[in-house]
Design a protein around this ligand. Structure first.
Ligand code: GLY
Ligand code: MN
Ligand code: MN
Length: 435
């Protein structure tokens, strides 16, 4: 794999240098210094929180774990990575991977708790840097116009980035298969999580986001964050939303499974949600408005609610009356890259991102799709008491089959999530190609 990727990574870095040079020349900078970041210390303690480096640092290096390091871009000069690797008998200093970027960039290893000296007439420093540090360098700190331009440069992925995202999907699916097997063997959320980590070869602090492993009603908590160590008495369902980070690039995959104690109506809903996900993936193409596609998800959900007799009346009325929003309060998907929720997903005016439509407040991607974008498609259908209570009390509530809802509540919910790369004349489902 590394050899196959080396030339793609070179092309990625060459394009990145050109993109930085264009943005810097348009905005009048001759130097950009990127800080990878530092792990936070717990207050009053000498222990650190988990660390993940700044996205723009990863865009060049793919190194999510490299703290206190810097990357200097000065068009016309060798791009340089200052890797913080001090001699230390308490910790093992970082060692560099055998990857193309270590040849392409000039790499200087040493101690970099303080930034390297830079000779530039107009320098910007970006990342989690104090204003005082930027002032001491004579630099502007996180100038918004530059950040907007650099964020935009992450939206269309290179061939290298798509290869990394594909590999991240391959590894994450190993975890999902092991999670399902652990569920069918009657294991607890904690044991399912451990099976996922083992099969996907990850320590918990390295996953791109906290794995969501919800048995039964826990599947209705969208970002459920606990792992019960005891298996429940009944096994209605499992929802696993979990990924993998490969060279910085994140997979973000969800699978839902009916269990041995599932209601047949729930198992049928899971099957139909796979179909809905496939229909939405098939609709992806350059020029598609993602807000319109999100609205299409609501129409498909409404049709499913009617077909499965959860809702009486028409599918149109279920959308208009807000019924589908009570069953699925999150967005259809988002951009994906070195951040799970990647930057620049919202349409903007003069560089300022616009809020999503008020009826879809959680939608993170509101742009038209373009070749090179990589997105998640993640339709969901949940039984969330906090949202169903107000629905029941509203006029639209009289259309809902509450006795069937009652039967389905112990199953929590369903989400099916794939990662898809958009090209000019095709789309590539990076998840299904490994399943
Ligand atoms: N894993 C979080 C999400 O699907 O957006
Ligand atoms: Mn997810
Ligand atoms: Mn997602």
């Amino acid at each position: 794999m590394p050899d196959a990727l080396a030339h793609l990574q070179m092309a990625h870095l060459e394009a990145l240098e050109r993109r930085y040079a264009d943005a810097m020349s348009a905005l009048g900078y001759d130097g950009v210094l990127i800080f990878s970041g530092r792990p936070a210390l717990h207050f009053g303690d000498d222990q650190h929180a988990n660390f993940c480096s700044y996205g723009h640092f990863q865009h060049w290096t793919g190194q999510a774990g490299l703290a206190h390091s810097w990357l200097l871009v000065q068009p016309g000069q060798h791009t340089t990575c200052f890797v913080h690797a001090p001699d230390d008998f308490w910790h093992l200093p970082p060692s560099l991977p055998d990857e193309g970027w270590t040849d392409y960039l000039e790499v200087i290893s040493g101690r970099f708790e303080t930034p390297p000296a830079v000779n530039a007439s107009r320098l910007a420093v970006i990342g989690d840097v104090a204003e005082a540090t930027a002032r001491a360098l004579g630099a502007e700190c996180n100038p918004p116009a530059l950040l907007t331009a650099l964020d935009e440069g992450r939206v269309r992925k290179s061939e290298y980035e798509i290869a990394c995202l594909s590999e991240a999907n391959r590894m994450a699916l190993r975890g999902h298969q092991a999670a399902r097997a652990a569920f069918l063997a009657g294991e607890s959320e904690l044991d399912i999580q451990l099976a996922y980590l083992k099969a996907s070869r990850q320590r918990e602090s390295d996953v791109p986001y906290g794995n969501i492993v919800g048995l039964g009603a826990h599947g209705a908590v969208l970002h459920y964050q606990h792992y019960d160590s005891e298996a429940p008495a009944s096994r209605h369902s499992l929802l696993v939303d979990a990924g993998y980070r490969y060279r910085g690039y994140c997979a973000d995959i969800t699978r839902s499974w009916p269990g041995p104690d599932a209601d047949p109506a729930f198992a049928a809903l899971v099957t139909r949600m796979h179909d809905i996900k496939q229909q939405l993936v098939a609709a992806l193409a350059p020029g598609v408005d993602f807000v319109a596609l999100h609205e299409r998800m609501h129409r498909l959900l409404a049709a499913l609610l009617v077909e499965s007799e959860l809702v009486a009346g028409s599918a149109e009325a279920a959308v208009e009356g807000g019924i589908t929003r009570a069953f699925c309060p999150h967005g259809l998907g988002h951009l994906l890259g070195v951040q799970v929720h990647d930057v620049a997903g919202r349409t903007s005016r003069e560089g300022i991102p616009l809020p999503p439509p008020p009826e879809h407040p959680a939608l993170r991607l509101t742009r038209e799709l373009e070749p090179g974008m990589t997105v998640t498609i993640e339709p969901g259908l949940y039984f969330i008491p906090m949202l169903l209570g107000p629905l029941q009390a509203s006029p639209a509530g009289s259309d809902v089959n509450w006795s069937l809802v009652e039967r389905l509540l112990p199953h929590g919910g369903i989400r099916i999530e794939d990662n898809v790369a958009i090209a000019t004349h095709s789309v590539r489902n990076l998840t299904m190609e490994h399943e």
